[in-house]
Design a protein around this ligand. Structure first.
Ligand SMILES: Cc1cc2nc3c(=O)[nH]c(=O)nc-3n(C[C@H](O)[C@H](O)[C@H](O)COP(=O)(O)OP(=O)(O)OC[C@H]3O[C@@H](n4cnc5c(N)ncnc54)[C@H](O)[C@@H]3O)c2cc1C
Length: 475
C-alpha cells in the first residue's frame, strides 16, 4: 500500500510530495501529461514562497534562475515605491517563469526520492476506512492510505468527491501566448501605452530576442478553455483593440484563461484532500495562485505525514482546512477588489484614485503588500503574543541564520533562555539554544512550516504545546 498518492504534478503537487518525502512518507505523484508544459502562466514568486524555498534549502537554485523586482505596485497594478520595513528577509518579487519553478520543484522531489509517473491520469476513486482506491485511465488500479487532489482548477478529484465549488463563473476570457512581432519595439510600446489607457487587460511585454508575451481580451468565452486559440484569433483580437496585429508570428505557445473565482467548500473528505487550484481559482491579478498552492502544500505536508506516521494529535489534519480555507477566501476577496479597481469605468476609476491616495500612507500600503506576498498570514491559534500563528521570518542567530536550521522540515524550539527542554519529542522537534538580536521573546516553538506555535519561557506551557502540535511524548 502506498502512503500518499498525489494527483497532479504541478507546483502544488510537487511541493506537497517533497514535503511528505522529507518526513519519510512514500509519496507517488500521478501526472496525466507525458511531458512538462511550456506554457508560462505564473511569472513569479512572492516573499512567502521565497521564504518557503529558503526554509528548505532551495533558495540558491531559485535565485540563480530568477530576477528580483521591487514589491511596490503589486496591488491592482497601482504604481508605488515598495513600503519600508517589510517583515521578511526577502522584500522583493522573484521573477521566474512557472515552467522553471515546476522544473526546480520536480528536481527537488526527485532528489528526495518521490516517485513520479507521467502520462498517468486519475479517472476514478473510492475510499473506505483503511484507504483510497484510485482508478487510472489505462484501466489499472492503485491503493493508498491517503489521496491529495493537486489536479488544478478543473480537478477530477474534487468533482469525484462531489465537493461544491461555489463562486463566480468565467465572465471574461483572455488570449495569452509568446510570439515574435514584425514591428519595431518603439511602435509596440507606443501603441500598448495608448490602448492601456482604456483597457488594462491588454499587453505586449518583451521577453528578449524579439519575442513578446501577448495578452489580449478574447471575443467571447470559449466553451473549452483547454483548447488553445489560433494565431489568427489572436491577430484578430489585437486588431480589434489596437488597430494593428503588430505583425505577430511564430508563436511559441498559445493559451486562454478566464476570471472564474471559486473556492472549494471543503478541503478534506475522509482520506482525500484538495490543495492548490483544485481548491481555489481566481483571476491572476496580484499573481497569487501558484504561491497559494505552494503554501497550501507547505501547510499540509507535515500534518499528513504525522497522520501517516501515526503520531498526529487529534484534529491536526483537519487544521489544514481550518487554517488554509480562510487564507484562500481572503485572497479571492482581494482579487475581486483588484479586478474592480482595474476597470476603466469612471466609478471604479474614482475608487482606484482614492485607494491610490490611501496607499500613500505607508501602513496602508504595507498592509496590502503583506496580503499579496503572503507574509501577513496569521493562523488563529487563540489569544496571545503578536507572533503567535504567524510564520517567523528568517532571523540571524549567533551560529548563522534560522532558516538554515529548518531544511529537514522538523519542529524547532528556538530557546534564548537555555533552560527549556523538548525531551520526549526529540525525534520530531529540534532544540536550538541560541540568541537573535532580531527576536524579542525568550523562546519560540516553530512548527515544520515555520509558523509560531508558542512563545514564552514556562516549561509546563511548552509541554502542553508540544503535545498539542507534536503528539504524545516518546517514553
Ligand atoms: C495567465 C495566468 C497568469 C498567472 N500568473 C500567476 C502569477 O504570476 N503568480 C501566481 O502565483 N500564479 C499565477 N497564476 C496561477 C497559477 O498558474 C496557478 O495557480 C498554478 O498553476 C496552480 O498550481 P497547481 O499545481 O495547483 O495546479 P496546475 O498548475 O493546474 O497543475 C495541475 C496538474 O495536474 C495535472 N492533472 C490534472 N488532472 C489530472 C488527473 N486527473 N490525473 C493526473 N494529473 C492531472 C495537470 O496536468 C497539471 O499538471 C496565473 C495563471 C494564469 C492563467
Amino acid at each position: 500500500m502506498i502512503d500518499v498518492i498525489v494527483a497532479g504534478g504541478g507546483p502544488t503537487g510537487m511541493m506537497l510530495a517533497s514535503e511528505l518525502r522529507l518526513q519519510g512518507v512514500h509519496a507517488l505523484v500521478l501526472e496525466k501529461e507525458a511531458e512538462p508544459t511550456k506554457d508560462v502562466r505564473a511569472l513569479g514568486l512572492h516573499a512567502r514562497s521565497i521564504e518557503v524555498m529558503d526554509q528548505r534549502g532551495l533558495l540558491k537554485q531559485f535565485l540563480a534562475l530568477g530576477q528580483q523586482y521591487p514589491v511596490g505596485g503589486f496591488f491592482a497594478g497601482i504604481p508605488k515605491p515598495s513600503p519600508d520595513r517589510l517583515d521578511t528577509a526577502h522584500p522583493y518579487i522573484l521573477g521566474i517563469p512557472q515552467p522553471t519553478v515546476e522544473r526546480l520543484l520536480t528536481e527537488h522531489a526527485t532528489e528526495l526520492g518521490v516517485e513520479i509517473r507521467r502520462g498517468c491520469e486519475l479517472v476514478g476513486l473510492s475510499q473506505d476506512d483503511h484507504g483510497v482506491t484510485v482508478d487510472l485511465a489505462d484501466g489499472t488500479r492503485l491503493r493508498s492510505r491517503y489521496l491529495v487532489g493537486c489536479d488544478g482548477g478543473r480537478s477530477t478529484v474534487r468533482k469525484l468527491l462531489g465537493v461544491g465549488f461555489p463562486g463566480e463563473p468565467t465572465r471574461s476570457q483572455w488570449l495569452l501566448g509568446e510570439m515574435e512581432v514584425g514591428v519595431p519595439p518603439e511602435t509596440v510600446t507606443a501603441v500598448v501605452a495608448e490602448v492601456r489607457k482604456t483597457n488594462l487587460g491588454f499587453g505586449l511585454g518583451p521577453l528578449g530576442d524579439g519575442v513578446y508575451r501577448v495578452v489580449v481580451p478574447a471575443a467571447e468565452v470559449a466553451e473549452d478553455r483547454t483548447v488553445p486559440p489560433t494565431l489568427d484569433e489572436v491577430k484578430q483580437q489585437l486588431r480589434a483593440f489596437s488597430g494593428t496585429d503588430f505583425g505577430v508570428h511564430s508563436p511559441r505557445w498559445l493559451s486562454r484563461f478566464g476570471d472564474a473565482t471559486r473556492l472549494a467548500e471543503r478541503y478534506r473528505v475522509g482520506r482525500v484532500l484538495l490543495a492548490g487550484d483544485a481548491a481555489h481559482v481566481h483571476p491572476p491579478m496580484g499573481g497569487q495562485g501558484l504561491n497559494l498552492g505552494i503554501q497550501d502544500a507547505f501547510n499540509l505536508g507535515w500534518k499528513l505525514a504525522a497522520e501517516v506516521g501515526g503520531w498526529a494529535p487529534e484534529g491536526l489534519l483537519d487544521s489544514y482546512h481550518t487554517e488554509r480555507h480562510p487564507v484562500a477566501a481572503d485572497v479571492l476577496d482581494k482579487t475581486r477588489a483588484q479586478t474592480e479597481l482595474m476597470s476603466t469605468e469612471p466609478g471604479p476609476q474614482s475608487v482606484r484614485r482614492l485607494v491610490s491616495e490611501l496607499m500613500d500612507f505607508e501602513d496602508v500600503h504595507r498592509y496590502l503588500i503583506e496580503k499579496i506576498t503572503g507574509i501577513g498570514v496569521r493562523y488563529d491559534f487563540g489569544e496571545g503574543h503578536d507572533l503567535l500563528g504567524r510564520r517567523l521570518r528568517d532571523v540571524g542567530l549567533k551560529r548563522g541564520r534560522l532558516y538554515e536550521l529548518t531544511h529537514g522540515g522538523r519542529g524547532l524550539l528556538l530557546d534564548q533562555t537555555g533552560r527549556l527542554s523538548v525531551a520526549g519529542w526529540a525525534e520530531r522537534v529540534d532544540h536550538v539554544v541560541d540568541v537573535s538580536e532580531e527576536l524579542d521573546v525568550p523562546a519560540a516553538l516553530l512548527r515544520p512550516d515555520g509558523h509560531v506555535a508558542w512563545v514564552g519561557d514556562d516549561q509546563q506551557d511548552l509541554l502542553n504545546q508540544l503535545r498539542k502540535w507534536f503528539g504524545t511524548a516518546a517514553s
